[in-house]
Design a protein around this ligand. Structure first.
Ligand code: PLP
Length: 397
């Protein structure tokens, strides 16, 4: 893949190597310009005014919806703009699950889940009397698909599962999970936060009912995410908020809602964030096509894993052989050193990594650490960034 670092002003302005892209990505000038243009060239409230400026704002907003829909194989009316994946998951918890679950029902999750796809379900379970069931992981970090087959039963009403672990990179066969869930009449929500930025995700091929991801993890602005709600399921959903832009007729004591997607997006739309996300999609498609991106990230990951594995005091987590072929991060601990101390040392050496439990405390306990270090890569990461990481870890003791 060609070197695109020059497109990222923050990366060009600092000496340090940024290896925390699983947390949030840096932004190319193209995205920054799109955000600025929205304020300087066509700032108006989309979907409301009939003057030219407002119509342009509406067009830019709806063009972004079309582009995002196409990006994940959906129809534009199935795309709801939210603040991020956390809001997307909470949307399904409160807009769908609360009305559809009762005592005796089960919500199936996995042991890989980020807190964003665990805490909302703990609350829904408490409120409805439903129970949480967890698909375990195997010793190698992969999901136990045989157990999944058994745990998804006619009691299951919802399977809410990650497409890829943000901790150990495990890819999950969400197509097989969806097939099994639909066979027992359950709905499926996919947390695609760590997959959509890195590989082609097609909601129709997966077959899931709901899918969500965050724009800031794929070069887009903060404060914007996508919630896909399959057309057939939209009538089962309640909008999370009610208000302007989401209704057709309002009387003092009643209202009728607009069609999707408007009915799910009450309030003034986030124009700047949405057009920024559109610009990010365009940038990725042009400069980091998924086949090239996957190879680039896999090469970096394979190199990082094989170098770190050589160090007897380093433990690397996850399904390593798979990560070497399709990963984009490496998670490890250093014997006798707290992960925060390792991260602080790396920072001094000009390497920026994340340290902690990565918002997945139960998984951290299962893997046997309180805190680990995660170095994560994206289209702008260069081999020399990984060499710096490896050299610093080699010199740490
Ligand atoms: C797998 C996964 N799910 C959900 C989230 C939550 O995303 P956000 O904080 O953008 O809402 C993250 C963020 O780290 C994640 O990695």
């Amino acid at each position: 893949m060609k070197n695109i670092k020059k497109d990222f002003p923050l990366l060009m302005a600092q000496e340090s190597s940024y290896l925390d892209s699983a947390s949030t990505t840096q932004k190319p000038q193209h995205v920054i310009d799109a955000v600025v243009n929205s304020y300087t060239k066509y700032n108006a409230n989309p979907g409301r005014g009939i003057y030219d400026l407002a119509e342009q704002a509406t067009k830019e907003y709806e063009d972004a919806r079309k582009a995002v829909a196409e990006f994940i194989g959906a129809q534009p009316s199935e795309i709801i703009f939210v603040r991020g994946a956390t809001e997307g998951i909470n949307y399904i918890a409160h807009g769908w699950a609360r009305d559809h679950l009762k005592k005796g029902d089960e919500i199936v999750l996995s042991q890989l889940e980020h807190h964003a796809n665990l805490l909302p379900w703990q609350r829904i379970a408490k409120e409805t009397g439903a129970e949480l069931v967890f698909i375990p992981i195997l010793q190698n970090g992969m999901l136990d698909m045989k157990a999944a087959e058994k745990l998804i039963t006619p009691n299951t009403k919802l399977v809410a599962i990650t497409h890829e672990s943000n901790v150990i990179g495990t890819p999950v066969d969400v197509t097989a999970i969806t097939k099994r869930a639909h066979a027992v009449g359950a709905r499926v929500l996919v947390d695609a936060c760590q997959s959509v930025p890195h590989k082609k995700v097609d909601v129709k091929k997966i077959g899931c009912d709901f899918l969500t991801f965050s724009g800031h993890k794929m070069l887009g602005p903060t404060g914007i995410g996508v919630l896909y709600i399959k057309k057939d399921v939209q009538d089962e959903m309640q909008p999370l908020s009610l208000g302007g832009g989401s209704v057709r007729e309002v009387a003092w004591n009643s209202h009728t809602l607009a069609d999707a997607p408007e009915k799910f997006e009450a309030g003034s739309p986030s124009l700047a964030q949405v057009v920024g996300l559109h610009a990010a999609v365009n940038y990725l498609q042009k400069n980091a096509p998924f086949d090239q991106l996957k190879q680039h990230e896999a090469d970096l990951t394979a190199y990082a894993i094989s170098e770190l594995e050589k160090l007897p005091y380093v433990k690397v987590y996850g399904p390593l052989e798979i990560l070497k072929k399709e990963g984009h991060s490496v998670t490890f601990t250093v014997d006798g050193m707290h992960a925060h101390d390792v991260a602080a040392y790396l920072n001094q050496q000009g390497v920026q990594v994340r340290a902690g439990h990565f918002c997945a405390q139960p998984l951290a306990r299962l893997l046997g650490y309180d805190a680990a270090i995660r170095a994560s890569f994206y289209c702008y990461t260069q081999k020399k960034d990984i060499e710096k990481l490896v050299a610093a870890i080699q010199s740490i003791r």
